[in-house]
Design a protein around this ligand. Structure first.
Ligand code: ZN
Ligand code: FE
Ligand code: FE
Ligand code: ZN
Length: 263
């Protein structure tokens, strides 16, 4: 079992210390655990979405300390970074300052709106949902092509609150999968969707099949925001991957993909 997406209390909307996550991972049999807490926002705003810039060095040091322990699980140092159009150079520079094993790229914002925040869900009313889906998948493809990220987290997060398009989104999945394949970026099978209103994995089975057809590799993460969620939904993720034709997944060590069998 691997879990390549967990948060800590540093981001202000999760609970648990890195040590508590490691203990939880050990207890449920997670063999590879990547910490991927939220990188501070590039504009420096101090929100409830991410840690502060001044906290990043301590986050890195805490995880690095656990990483060096020769115990199970293997601990990896990662970060979840927001795709911010126009902020590529700044993000590249910030990421280069620390020895991350893995960088997850996430589209959480459209024009500054955190569309996955339950407190801001009323703002879907301002959008034509078909247009919003097209916009989201355009951002996702741009994120993949930026070369900044190893994997794209929760690749169809836009479905979270079930504001679904009137058309079959397969063409959007195709374009996203093609962008990931061409850029050599993995996508993440993220089990948090199972506990959200959409009540299914990110990505959908159809999207996962299209990724498989394009040769896109997959990572797996629980997106745990508390230690009890570590390893959550692994069986569901594995079954979805097998059904889509995958027999292995990848995790990242020093930004290089390592294959891990699931069959
Ligand atoms: Zn979070
Ligand atoms: Fe995220
Ligand atoms: Fe996350
Ligand atoms: Zn997340």
């Amino acid at each position: 079992m691997i879990d390549c997406h967990v948060h800590t209390r540093l981001c202000r909307h999760a609970s648990g210390t890195p040590l508590e996550y490691v203990a939880a991972a050990e207890a449920v049999g997670v063999e590879v655990l990547a910490f991927t807490d939220h990188l501070p926002l590039l504009d420096g705003s101090e929100t409830g979405y991410a840690m502060r810039w001044r906290e990043l060095p301590d986050y890195v040091a805490d995880v690095e300390q656990l990483r060096r322990r020769a115990a199970s699980p293997e601990v990896l140092l990662g970060i979840e970074a927001d795709w911010t159009p126009g902020g590529e150079a700044m993000l590249r520079e910030a990421l280069a300052r620390h020895p991350f094993d893995v960088v997850l790229g996430s589209v959480h914002f459209i024009d500054g709106w955190a569309f996955d925040d339950p407190d801001l869900v009323s703002r879907y009313e301002e959008w034509d949902i078909d247009g919003l889906w097209m916009r989201y998948f355009n951002e996702l493809a741009d994120a993949a092509r930026s070369g900044l990220f190893d994997a794209i987290a929760h690749p169809d997060l836009i479905k979270k609150f079930r504001f679904l398009p009137s058309f079959d989104p397969s063409a959007l999945y195709e374009a996203a999968a093609r962008a990931c394949a061409e850029a050599g970026v993995a996508i993440e099978v993220n089990t948090a969707g199972l506990r959200k209103p959409c009540a299914e994995l990110y990505p959908s089975q159809r999207f996962l099949e299209i990724c498989r057809a394009h040769g896109v590799r997959c990572s797996v993460g629980s997106d745990a925001h508390s230690p009890e969620e570590v390893g959550y939904g692994w069986d569901a993720a594995r079954e979805a991957l097998l059904a889509a034709g995958y027999d292995s997944v990848v995790f990242f060590r020093q930004r290089a993909a390592v294959e891990s069998g699931i069959a």
